[in-house]
Design a protein around this ligand. Structure first.
Ligand SMILES: [Ca+2]
Length: 179
């Protein structure tokens, strides 16, 4: 029974390692002043501490159409890109945060004023390549910036891989019992 619990723990550990976040500095915590580590900031984009989803820093994406970007090398497969967005405009619907995998799609987050909201989308990379993750303000209005925090890019574990890993662990257990 102990071995079975161990086996389940191993499979869960392997599964979670497959789903590790591929974004560096995903919570915009690391950096120096307005400059966030691992991200390239366009004009007016700042790492700031006035409005955050978690921790002590997040991106202010400003209102001038600029963006914060990070390039990630992805092998072929399915991925989920998500994150948290917030904006300061008193009406929703046409202002918010774009979280984009350039060339693959984006999710537009437009909650009520000052409310943080999470959203995500799935995309498929056909051949291994470098993909640019881009955070920007949608339909910017003067002095009504949008914000972004806690960006997450994870590989979607293939059911076949998970099944094979489980079978392998069960096989090891059966062999041990026979000895
Ligand atoms: Ca943060």
């Amino acid at each position: 029974m102990k071995k079975l619990i161990l086996a389940v723990a191993i499979v869960m550990l392997l599964g979670s390692s497959v789903q590790a976040n591929l974004i560096l500095n995903p919570g915009i915590e690391a950096g120096s002043g307005a400059d966030a580590d691992n991200w390239a900031e366009g004009a007016g984009i700042t790492r700031q501490s006035g409005s955050v989803h978690s921790g002590s820093s997040a991106f202010n994406l400003n209102y001038n159409g600029g963006a914060a970007t990070q390039d990630v090398y992805l092998t072929a497969g399915d991925y989920t890109l998500g994150g948290w967005g917030m904006h300061q405009l008193s009406w929703a619907g046409d202002v918010g945060t774009n979280i984009e995998a350039v060339g693959y799609g984006l999710v537009f987050i437009s909650p009520a004023q000052f409310q943080w909201a999470y959203d995500e989308f799935d995309f498929t990379v056909a051949t291994a390549s470098t993909v640019t993750i881009r955070l920007s303000t949608a339909a910017p209005y003067y002095f009504n910036p949008a914000f972004a925090d806690d960006i997450s890019l994870t590989a979607v574990p293939e059911p076949a891989t998970m099944a094979l890993m489980s079978l392998g662990v069960v096989g090891m257990l059966i062999r041990r019992k026979r000895r």
